[in-house]
Design a protein around this ligand. Structure first.
Ligand SMILES: NC(=O)c1ccc[n+]([C@@H]2O[C@H](COP(=O)([O-])OP(=O)(O)OC[C@H]3O[C@@H](n4cnc5c(N)ncnc54)[C@H](O)[C@@H]3O)[C@@H](O)[C@H]2O)c1
Length: 319
C-alpha cells in the first residue's frame, strides 16, 4: 500500500514510519518541520519506498495514496501555545485539506485526536462516550477545541462524502525522539535529572496521568487503521500514576539524590487522566505491553545518547 503520514517527521510519526517501512509499505512523509526533524528519518532517506515532502498542511496538496495517518499538529503545550492561531489553522484547515485529499483519492483516513478532547474530565476513567469538559477560551483551547473540530470534520466527511475514517484519541505517549525542550512531563523530568537540575512539578504532584510507550501506541494506531471500526477509540495506557510518582521513578533511575521542586499549576491543567480502553481491547484486541519502568529505561537511554555531548548540544537521534 502507499501510505501518507502527515507530521511523519515528529515523535510518533517517525516511529509509525519505521513500522510501516519494515512492513514493506510505500511511505510518503509530509511535514513542515515545525517540531519534527529530518534526523528522525535519516535512516530511510535513501530507501526506495520512502519519500519526504516539506509541506505545510494548511495548504492543499494532491497525492495518490491508499491510506492517510493524519498526525500533523504540534502536540506539546509549549509548541502549540507558541502560535495558537497557527495551531487552530493546522487542526481545522489542515484537517479539511487532508480530508479533501482522502475524499478525492478514496483513501482511508485516520485522525490522531487526543485525550484533550475530554478537557478537565468529570468522568474517570474516560470512556469514549464522555463528551468532555473543555474551556473554550483558555490557553489550551487552540489545541483542545482544534482537535474537537478535527473530529467533527472527520465524521461530517464520513456522513456527507462517504470518506472512510478512523479516529484515535491518543493519551500521553512517551519514548525515544521526544524533543528535549517540549515541556512534556516525561521529557522534562528525564532532561532535568540528566542535567543535574531540580525536577519541576507543577502543583503538588497529586494530579494523575497515564503514560503509553510509543511502540504500543503505534501498534494501536495500525490496528485501528486496518480494522473495520471508525472509533473514536481511546489509545493509552490505563496504569495511572501521580506526577510525583513519575518524578520519583525518574529520580530513582537517573539520580536518587536529585531535588524535586514545586511550582504553581498552569491554567486548565487537567486533574486526572486515565483512559478506559475497553473498546480498544474488544474491537482491536489491543492493550499496552511495555511497563512504565521499562519504557523509561529506553527513553532515558535515548536522551542520554542525544544530550550528553561535551558541549551539551544534543546530537542527532538515529534510534
Ligand atoms: N505525544 C502524545 O502524547 C500525543 C497525545 C495525544 C495526541 N497526540 C497527537 O499525535 C500527533 C503526533 O504527536 P507527536 O507527539 O508526534 O508530536 P510532534 O510535535 O512530535 O509531531 C507533530 C509533527 O507535525 C508536524 N507539523 C506541525 N504542524 C504542521 C503543519 N501545519 N503542516 C505539516 N506538518 C506539521 C511537526 O513538524 C511534527 O513533525 C499530533 O497530532 C498530536 O496531537 C500526541
Amino acid at each position: 500500500m502507499r501510505i501518507l503520514v502527515t507530521g511523519g517527521a515528529g515523535f510518533i510519526g517517525s516511529h509509525l514510519i519505521d513500522r510501516l517501512l519494515l512492513e514493506d509499505h510505500e511511505v510518503i512523509c509530509l511535514d513542515n518541520f515545525y517540531t519534527g526533524h529530518k534526523r528522525n528519518l535519516l535512516k530511510w532517506l535513501d530507501h526506495p519506498y520512502f519519500e519526504l515532502i516539506r509541506h505545510d498542511i494548511t495548504e492543499p496538496i494532491r497525492l495518490e495514496v491508499d491510506q492517510i495517518y493524519h498526525l500533523a499538529c504540534p502536540a506539546s503545550p509549549v509548541h502549540y501555545q507558541y502560535n495558537p492561531v497557527k495551531t487552530i489553522k493546522t487542526n481545522v484547515i489542515g484537517t479539511l485539506n487532508v480530508l479533501g485529499l482522502a475524499k478525492r483519492v478514496k483513501a482511508r483516513f485516520l485522525l490522531a485526536s487526543t485525550s484533550e478532547v475530554y478537557g478537565d474530565p468529570e468522568v474517570h476513567p474516560q470512556t469514549e462516550d464522555y463528551r468532555g469538559n473543555v474551556n473554550t477560551i483558555g490557553i489550551r483551547s487552540c489545541y483542545d477545541e482544534g482537535k474537537r473540530v478535527a473530529e467533527t470534520l472527520s465524521f461530517d466527511y464520513y456522513r456527507q462524502n462517504d470518506v472512510d475514517i478512523r479516529v484515535a484519541r491518543i493519551f500521553n505517549t512517551y519514548g525515544p525522539r521526544m524533543l528535549e525542550n517540549d515541556g512534556r512531563v516525561v521529557s522534562n523530568f528525564v532532561v532535568q535529572a540528566l542535567r543535574g537540575i531540580p525536577l519541576t512539578i507543577y502543583g503538588d504532584g497529586s494530579q494523575t496521568r497515564s503514560f503509553c510507550y510509543v511502540s504500543d501506541l503505534v501498534d494501536g494506531l495500525m490496528r485501528l487503521m486496518n480494522s473495520q471500526h471508525q472509533g473514536p477509540i481511546n489509545l493509552g495506557n490505563p496504569d495511572e500514576y501521580t506526577i510525583l510518582e513519575l518524578a520519583q521513578a525518574v529520580q530513582q533511575k537517573i539520580n536518587p539524590s536529585a531535588e524535586i521542586r514545586f511550582e504553581p499549576l498552569p491554567q486548565d491543567d487537567p486533574r486526572r487522566r486515565k483512559p478506559d480502553i475497553t473498546r480498544a481491547r474488544e474491537w482491536l484486541g489491543w492493550q499496552p505491553t511495555v511497563p512504565l519502568s521499562q519504557g523509561l529505561e529506553y527513553t532515558i537511554a535515548d536522551f542520554r545518547a542525544r544530550m550528553l555531548t561535551p558541549d551539551g548540544v544534543p546530537s542527532a537521534s538515529l534510534s
